[in-house]
Design a protein around this ligand. Structure first.
Ligand code: GLN
Length: 454
């Protein structure tokens, strides 16, 4: 059922908030053992739903009255365990609400629980959680993707009305693609990061995962906007961009950068074919135009992303020294987190900073500019969200291949632009996501376009 429809039903008291929440809790209780998407249940959810039912009776309930959501475990929800799926913060109970949580609670949405994820959001498969792998409800022997693995799997498994994730290099869009749900990565700064435990603060953004684009839009419109607690958050200027004209869609030309160094290329023909077919279908139906476009620096994304990620992550984790929060991170974290801390420490050294970090920042500017120019010609760009299918559990994957899962998603973070993944079909029964990108600040326009792809 569409979120709007459910909200209407709850408001008219055809469905109580308590019933809605109890149904989800029951579903989680029955199925989470198989999926491992949820790490902690909110023990007060039913009580909170009763209070919302009272408010509905008194005619003073908010816009999301009685709607249940699941939160990635790196977003602070007061009183709940917010451990980033790490032993380091195993017992850390949040002492305050992140700004996004405040906004959603103000509208009387109800937190159902905290989601599994890759440890500290540093991953793309959901396998690096200290509390076990998240299974993919849409392809049960395969990874759910990551790092917002539990958020995407929760939506796919019917554990909630929507979920929150964070996206630094693809962590909302990647698992959305693998699990066959919708995931929106807003423009950098469109949503406050206050209360998000950061992976890489100049790239991180919080966004919704849901069953439809319209549901994502509803949540995005509530969580977006300026927050005095996040200096880079943007004042939201309502734009009147509409899709009532001929939209020009750019599709990056592939085959232009054939000699890829990595063992898997982002040019999986089957996935691209599926995506192109879908774009053609939508364009024809709406009388939109498709043009091939050349993105020269498509293959620069990963090399640019990781130095920035490592350095900022290293710096951000210095607070986890075992004194104020949890355990000392180096003594308690998993392999990937340690790799980034040690790597980040190394390339933060004065003698290397110029060579790697500052160079990466320069490359980021080049990518930003290339996208700015592209959006003068095309209003949106379309491509696969992930250029390969999710691997099976236990399959040995090199670090390079793991990083390359995000070849096509890191670009939006580097360019600070909004991106969305919508389901586009299946290959061998496994969901494939189509990614659409728009210029910075055009998030609502992007959502309008994405609706035509459903
Ligand atoms: N997979 C990417 C990484 O490991 C992206 C993570 C994210 O977006 N949080 O850094």
């Amino acid at each position: 059922m569409a979120l709007k429809e459910k909200i209407y039903k709850i408001k008219r008291r055809e469905l109580s908030a308590e019933r809605n929440i109890r149904d989800f809790l029951k579903k989680i209780q029955d199925d989470n053992i198989r999926i491992n998407a949820v790490l902690h249940i909110n023990p007060d959810a039913v009580e909170q739903a009763r209070i919302v039912d009272e408010k509905i009776k008194n005619g003073c309930a908010g816009k999301l009255a009685g709607i249940g959501f699941i939160v990635k475990s790196n977003i602070n929800v007061k009183g709940l365990i917010c451990n980033c799926a790490s032993r380091t913060l195993e017992n850390y109970r949040a002492t305050y609400d992140a700004s996004v949580i405040k906004k959603l609670l103000k509208e009387d949405a109800i937190v159902l629980g905290m989601a599994n994820m890759d440890e500290f959001a540093a991953g793309g498969s959901g396998e690096s959680s200290a509390f076990g792998i998240t299974k993919n409800p849409a392809a049960i022997d395969r990874i759910a993707g990551g790092s917002s693995s539990g958020s995407a799997a929760s939506v796919a498994a019917g554990f909630c009305d929507f979920a929150l994730g964070s996206d630094t290099g693809g962590s909302i869009r990647n698992p959305a693609s693998h699990c066959g749900v919708i995931g929106l990565k807003p423009s950098y700064g469109a949503v406050s990061r206050y209360g998000l435990i950061d992976l890489s603060m100049s790239l991180d953004v919080i966004g919704p995962l849901a069953n439809s684009v319209e549901d994502c839009e509803l949540i995005f419109d509530i969580i977006k906007g300026k927050d005095e607690r996040d200096a880079v958050s943007m004042e939201w200027i309502a734009n009147n961009d509409s899709t009532n004209h001929q939209v020009v869609i750019g599709i990056p030309e592939i085959g232009a950068n054939k000699e890829k160094a990595s063992s898997f290329s982002y040019e999986n023909e089957e996935i691209w074919e599926l995506v192109k077919q879908k774009v053609k279908l939508v364009a024809n139906k709406n009388k939109w135009k498709i043009e091939e476009c050349r993105l020269k620096h498509l293959d620069l994304g990963i090399q640019t992303y990781y130095p920035i990620n490592y350095v900022e992550f290293f710096s951000g984790t210095r607070k986890f020294d075992g004194r104020k929060y949890g355990y000392k991170i180096e003594d308690s974290c998993g392999e990937e987190v340690l790799r980034r801390i040690l790597g980040g420490r190394e390339i933060s050294k004065a003698e290397f900073a110029g060579k790697y970090y500052r160079r990466a920042l320069k490359a980021k500017k080049i990518i930003e500019k290339e996208f700015e120019e592209a959006f003068e010609k095309y209003e949106v760009l379309a491509m696969p969200t992930v250029p390969r299918l999710p691997h099976k559990f236990g399959e040995q994957i090199s670090i390079e291949d793991m990083y390359n899962y995000d070849t096509l998603t890191v670009l939006a973070n580097l360019a600070e632009i909004p991106g969305i993944s919508v389901p586009c079909g299946k290959i061998n029964g496994i969901p494939v996501g189509l990614q659409i990108l728009a210029k910075k600040g055009a998030d609502n326009f992007l959502l309008e376009v994405a609706k035509r792809f459903e």
